[in-house]
Design a protein around this ligand. Structure first.
Ligand code: B12
Ligand code: SF4
Ligand code: SF4
Length: 285
């Protein structure tokens, strides 16, 4: 029964052009902050399954007068796609007799200290599931598919038969700070991102206050439970579709894919050659 459901989940991911990996829930329970662990959402969770799919390269390369609008549409579509994949595979697992909770690819958000967070950090989950490592720009980098992936996930009470082994893939070559230099507002420092600064620069939404008001808003929200609840509800109701006006830290990175490498099937990797992650399926390029 378990073998059948594992095959069915992998096949469903492949049909969506996604690849996947699994991590033990206890690994993330031990390392994620309180309130943002698998056990805070599903106490009986034993496994975290994570899905990843790269966006079409062309949406990052449209002319200046088009801007990032095509990227925005793809990014939005991918949130829906990842949510759909997580929902459908959760049903497959449920049919096999185990509870499974799809984790949203974007919204709802939980406000922490006045800043938005996902209920579970998908990039940390993806790294634990063997889908890559986090670079200095804090984004997930996969040795084969680069840095332009969108992620989805689910938690399940089912013990998954194979969890990701430790990987020695090191995404950032020594001395590389291309993402930090490329960020137009200097939001990236030593592997952390100033979320509010990035949000003010890269998110475009008619209801988003101007960037200079965001620090004051953060202070107000962080000090008020009612405002925190209001922000969480507004992000759920209104922020699902938004514009994205900056991709500089992706494009400057040596792991930003190139068509030549995609076509030749060459692995996009600088530095060490990675071990192929056994849990990845659905080879795309
Ligand atoms: C809120 C959010 C944003 C915010 C804040 C970003 C941020 N860095 O947190 C804003 C609007 C700025 C943003 C921007 C972007 N985002 Co965004 N975003 C999210 C969202 C919804 C939540 C992220 C989150 O929870 N952050 C809070 C935590 C993780 O950050 P932190 O406080 O720095 O965490 C610290 C500790 O708390 C601890 N920690 C927290 N959780 C955990 C868990 C474990 C296990 C461990 C060990 C530690 C740990 O580690 C950190 C260091 O101390 C996720 C979807 C999701 N649910 O994950 C997408 C997501 C991270 N975004 C994504 C993308 C693509 C982007 C952009 C590239 C969009 C663009 N411009 O094109 C930029 C990238 C900017 C950047 N360089 O980071 C993708 C990333 C895919 C990838 N390949 O990594 C995600 C995963 C969406 C998705 N479904 O694919 N985003
Ligand atoms: S998305 Fe733009 S503003 Fe945000 S960290 Fe990356 S380069 Fe900086
Ligand atoms: S630009 Fe360099 S330092 Fe930044 S994430 Fe990419 S490889 Fe790492």
């Amino acid at each position: 029964m378990s073998t059948d459901v594992v095959k069915a989940v992998k096949k469903r991911a492949e049909q969506e052009g996604a690849f996947m990996g699994a991590a033990r829930a206890e690994t993330l329970n031990a390392s994620a902050p309180h309130g943002f662990r698998p056990m805070d959402l599903m106490p009986e969770a034993k496994s975290v399954l994570v899905f990843a799919k790269p966006l079409p390269l062309s949406v990052f390369l449209t002319p200046e007068n088009v801007g990032n609008t095509f990227y925005q549409r793809s990014a939005y579509m991918y949130y829906l796609l990842m949510d759909k994949l997580a929902d459908e595979t959760s049903l497959l697992i449920q049919d096999a007799g185990f509870l499974a909770l799809p984790i949203p690819a974007y919204s709802p958000l939980k406000f922490h200290g006045g800043e938005p967070r996902g209920y579970l950090s998908l990039k940390h989950a993806a790294a634990a599931a063997g889908l890559g490592k986090l670079g200095r720009n804090t984004l997930l980098i996969n040795p084969r598919h680069g840095n332009i992936m969108r992620l989805g996930a689910l938690l399940t009470a089912m013990e998954w038969p194979e969890y990701a082994p430790k990987s020695d893939f090191e995404p950032c070559p020594p001395g590389c700070h291309a993402c930090e230099r490329a960020c137009p507002i200097g939001a990236i420092h030593d592997g952390t991102v100033d979320k509010l600064a990035c949000l003010g620069r890269c998110i475009r939404h008619v209801m988003l206050p101007p960037a200079f008001l965001l620090p004051a808003l953060k202070r107000l929200v962080s000090g008020s439970r009612a405002l925190t609840r209001f922000m969480e509800l507004s992000s759920l109701n209104f922020f699902e579709t938004y514009g994205i006006d900056c991709t500089a830290c992706l494009k400057a990175c040596p792991h930003f894919p190139s068509l030549k490498k995609i076509a030749s099937g060459e692995e996009r990797i600088r530095g060490k050659t990675p071990k192929q992650t056994p849990m990845t399926c659905g080879t795309l390029f």
